[in-house]
Design a protein around this ligand. Structure first.
Ligand code: FE2
Length: 319
């Protein structure tokens, strides 16, 4: 019954969202989820406000007590390479690239687009468990938690919470930009934060993730009437650069181990353009417990449990 209602609700909003207005639909979903998941929300807010040391130091005794990175204007980049769990998560991604990278995935379930492949499935995390090391480390969770004012969860529905991506032009003809190559703001929640880890050095030739700071995005949103009634979800460069200067965009290039934290619901972004050389990154998506869509009516992702998992880790994994 729950599933049938979920399917009807999601189909309805999927079909009529741009007519109702994306912003209106999101507010409605958020209000519903705040009631539906009020107990979980109370727990993660209380965890952040009243049990901080117990949770964060309980997860990692060496944690300094405050996060090193703070999102300013919707984003932060850390190029120190000094995250607990970073090396083991990168090693796991290396293994995936070795096994699955550099192959034509067009037409398979792993191809999000002909130029963008997932090298990992969310249901195979038990085969690649160390991808969770970075995502559940106190330093990383603390940056997201401070921004959200609560302990976040790795997305339990869309966008897929943990993915190793390959952007490559090797197996497809270049066409006009489409789908995730066009400007958009994510709609599944607000706030929502991506932690994006470069697995290989990224240049303008590897289809880097590219974004606009939150303040620039707000200006563009207002001028474009973005997410308003009958407004399209994707925005072309032509339309975007009528309102902002193209020099305001920031491509996330850099070296292996660099990390971008970004609120993808506030910051316009695109990726995988001009991936002449293959680009590899891990994308970790964090949401609140009261999302701004109705996807939880359909599916709640289960993450692998391990003996001795800390209370913080269990919370971040929605357990
Ligand atoms: Fe997106």
């Amino acid at each position: 019954m729950k599933n049938i209602t979920g399917r009807i609700v999601n189909r309805f909003f999927g079909r009529f969202q741009h007519r109702i207005g994306i912003a209106n639909t999101r507010r409605l979903a958020k209000a519903y989820n705040r009631i539906r998941y009020r107990r979980e929300i109370r727990e993660v807010v209380d965890g952040y406000e009243n049990r901080y040391d117990e949770l964060f130091k309980g997860n990692e005794a060496e944690y300094a007590g405050t996060p090193r990175n703070r999102l300013k204007d919707g984003w932060a980049i850390d190029r120190s390479g000094a995250f607990p769990g970073l090396e083991s998560s990168l090693a796991e991604a290396d293994r995936l690239i070795e096994e699955r990278g550099g192959q034509n995935r067009c037409g398979t379930a792993l191809a999000q687009q002909d130029y963008l492949y997932h090298l990992s499935g969310i249901d195979e995390l038990d085969q690649f468990p160390r991808l969770l090391d970075f995502a559940t480390s106190s330093e990383v969770v603390a940056t997201v938690a401070e921004y959200m004012g609560m302990i976040p969860t790795i997305a339990m529905n869309l966008p897929t919470g943990i993915r190793v991506f390959e952007s490559t032009e090797q197996f497809s003809e270049r066409t006009t930009y489409n789908a995730s190559q066009l400007w958009h703001r994510d709609i599944h929640d607000f706030p929502m934060v991506y932690a994006i880890v470069l697995v290989r050095d990224a240049t303008e030739q590897t289809g880097p993730w590219t974004f606009l700071p939150a303040s620039v995005s707000e200006r563009a949103t207002r001028d474009l009437k973005y997410q308003g009634w009958r407004q399209p979800y994707r925005v072309t460069d032509e339309r975007m650069y009528e309102h902002i200067d193209s020099s305001e965009r920031i491509p996330f290039t850099g070296k292996r181990g660099d990390v971008l934290f970004l609120d993808s619901s506030r910051c316009f972004h695109y990726g995988s353009r001009h991936a002449v050389d293959p680009g590899y990154r891990i994308m970790y998506a964090y949401t609140t417990r009261a999302r701004s869509d109705f996807q939880m009516m359909l599916h709640r992702q289960e993450f692998p449990k391990q003996e001795g998992d800390s209370a913080l880790r269990r919370m971040v994994l929605g357990q």
